[in-house]
Every structure is written in C-alpha cells, then in structure tokens.
Design a protein around this ligand. Structure first.
Ligand code: NI
Length: 226
C-alpha cells in the first residue's frame, strides 16, 4: 500500500528541525547507497552520526510512536534511525530499489526493509520538481507532500526522485521492518482496523466491534513475527 500520513510533525517541529538541519554539514549522498543505486544517486546527506541528524531523528521517532495511523499501517518491529537528504541545483535520484537489509552503522543491528518512508521537511512552495515517483502494480504515483507529512510505501517498489530545478528539497528518509512482512496482509489489517474504529465511533458498544477485534488479533497472530 501507498499511504500518506499527515502532520507527523507539527509546523513548530518542522521549523525547529529545519533550523538545525540547514546549518549542519551536508556531504555527498552516495555514502549510504549500494553499488547499483550509487550510479543513479545525486544528492546531499547528513552523516548518520551528525548531531543535528540524531536530534531531529529522535524527534521523528518519538512522533511516530504516538502516531496511530503509522502504527496501524506499518505495525513496526524496528525503525531504522532516520537519515536526511537534500536535493538542489538539478539534483535527482534515478530509478532504483532500496537494499533489502540495512545495517545500523556502528551496531550489530540489522533492519529488513519492508516499508520505506519519506518525511517531507520542505514545503512544496520552496522548490520545483523533487517529486518522489513510486511504481507499483496500480501504476505510477507522483508524491510531493506538505512539510511535516510523510509517505509510506513498500520497499519492494521501484522509485525515483525527480530533478529539483529551483530551491531545495529537504527530507528525512528511513525504513521499517514490520511485524507483518507481507504488504497485502498489512493492507488487510489496516482496512480492518479502520472499519472497527468506524463502528466504535458510529455505534459505540456494538457487539460486532468486539467480534471483529477478535478477528483482527487472530489474523495478527497468524501473520506477525516478533
Ligand atoms: Ni530509495
């Protein structure tokens, strides 16, 4: 599934994040690229141990922990520490797939990339181009969201970032290992969760809500690995 999650960060958090990130030291983005994607990649990134990256990364992880839609859609087991990129002056990232396994630098921890996330930290009025273009079985999707909003998509999809022809596109990107590996299973669980929530809202106390919650947990028990 391709899912847009609004207002992961508040406008105040975006402003504070940009203040820290804009004055940090940006380096060539190929530092985190695999062999194949290094050929297609042209952008700037912060080092993983950069203090600004770590600080804003923590802010994002805390916000995600409180975000109900993210939790319900991703069913996260592990979240890779957020990375940061910046595209300007005609930079782009050609069509690629994300590596299946990411090692968290300086640790023994590995994350299987089930879901990819891009959290936009620049508003659409700040730059031209820079759309994240994702290909899936339903076609080609072009994504450019307000600052503070995030797109979640299966890491198995081919994707690219269009050339930025004006201004700068600043974003955070990272990966999630889900408790539920299969995207179609996660989609069913999210649909069911949303439906149960709707029943609870429209018909509080309805017996079907309890029964359907039972179905939800029984499916989760079948499909989840923790
Ligand atoms: Ni990618």
């Amino acid at each position: 599934m391709l899912l847009s999650i609004p207002e992961v960060l508040t406008p105040e958090q975006v402003t504070e994040s940009r203040r820290l990130l804009d004055s940090a030291e940006w380096v060539d983005g190929r530092i985190t690229a695999g062999h194949q994607s290094a050929l297609a990649k042209e952008n700037m990134q912060l080092r993983e141990d950069d203090p600004a990256a770590r600080h804003v990364g923590e802010l994002i992880l805390e916000a995600l922990e409180r975000n109900r839609l993210f939790t319900s859609a991703a069913l996260p087991l592990k979240v890779f520490p957020p990375l940061f990129n910046r595209y300007s002056g005609g930079q782009s990232f050609g069509t690629h797939v994300d590596n299946a396994i990411r090692q968290v630098r300086g640790t023994p921890h590995r994350v299987r990339t089930d879901l990819s996330a891009t959290l936009f930290l620049a508003g659409p009025d700040e730059y031209d181009g820079g759309e994240l273009v994702i290909e899936d079985v339903f076609g080609v999707h072009s994504v450019k969201l307000p600052a503070g909003h995030m797109i979640l998509y299966p890491s198995s999809s081919l994707h690219h970032v269009q050339q930025v022809t004006r201004g700068a596109r600043v974003a955070s990107f990272f990966w999630i290992q889900s408790m539920v590996r299969d995207d179609s299973h996660r989609t069913i669980l999210l649909d069911l969760d949303v439906a149960i929530e709707r029943i609870n809202c429209d018909m509080p106390g309805h017996a079907s809500a309890v029964q359907l919650t039972g179905v939800y947990h029984n499916l989760l028990r079948q499909w989840a690995d923790v």
